[in-house]
Design a binder for this molecule. Structure first.
Ligand code: CO
Length: 211
């Protein structure tokens, strides 16, 4: 058996032992259920582990990750996670967290073809089209990518607010805030893009639903 693979199960046993040494009731408490205050929608990138970078404990963050942290309105996986988080777990915050140097966003800046994923990346290309004037005016390629990463997060936050799930929650008087963040792989710091909102006032008229 591959040594790396084998080491994973050994590390699990070590983690259990260490966790129990700090709190012998740890697993008893988590077995009772979860009440996370936060839904995290992040990139699948292995360098952006949701819990670790915000110092969150098991039971604290409900997580959905995909390539380039997209909120695609017809994605049943994302919608199911969102519905469960909002309507069953009653999370208070939904955070879309992108990261600088995102390979998915970078791919959307090129005309390269990578196979099936081209169709996923296309959603990010739509973000470029919406903001092409601003992005085209940034001459430095790295700066343009960084801004594209930020604008991609902003659009996903709006896409969250456009979902019937979030709009219905607001209509019901549920306190739920959506936020947009970008994580830096270079220094570990998260930038809050200040696009948080907790009602549909910033939503364009065409997306508002009479619920
Ligand atoms: Co990424």
């Amino acid at each position: 058996m591959d040594a790396y693979y084998k080491s994973l199960l050994n590390k699990n046993k070590a983690w259990v032992a260490e966790t129990l040494s700090k709190d012998e009731k740890f697993f008893d408490k988590l077995s009772e259920g979860q009440q996370p205050p936060l839904l995290w929608i992040g990139c699948a990138d292995s360098r952006v582990p949701a819990n670790q970078i915000i110092g969150a404990e098991p039971g604290e963050v409900f997580v959905h990750r995909n390539i380039a942290n997209l909120v695609v309105h017809s994605d049943m996986n994302m919608l199911s996670v969102l519905d469960y988080a909002v309507n069953v777990l009653k999370v208070k915050h939904v955070i879309v967290c992108g990261h600088y140097s995102c390979g998915g966003v970078q791919a959307a800046m090129t005309n390269n073809s990578y196979g099936v994923i081209d169709n996923w990346i296309r959603h990010i290309k739509d973000v470029y089209r919406f903001h092409s004037e601003e992005l085209d005016s940034i001459k430095d390629e790295n700066d343009r990518l960084s801004r594209f990463v930020e604008l991609n997060v902003v659009e996903q936050v709006y896409d969250l607010a456009k979902t019937s799930i979030i709009q219905q929650a607001w209509r019901n008087g549920q306190k739920i805030e959506v936020h947009g963040w970008v994580y830096s792989l270079a220094n570990g710091i998260i930038k809050d893009l200040d696009v948080s909102f907790s009602n549909d006032s910033q939503l364009e008229e065409t997306y508002k639903l009479n619920l």
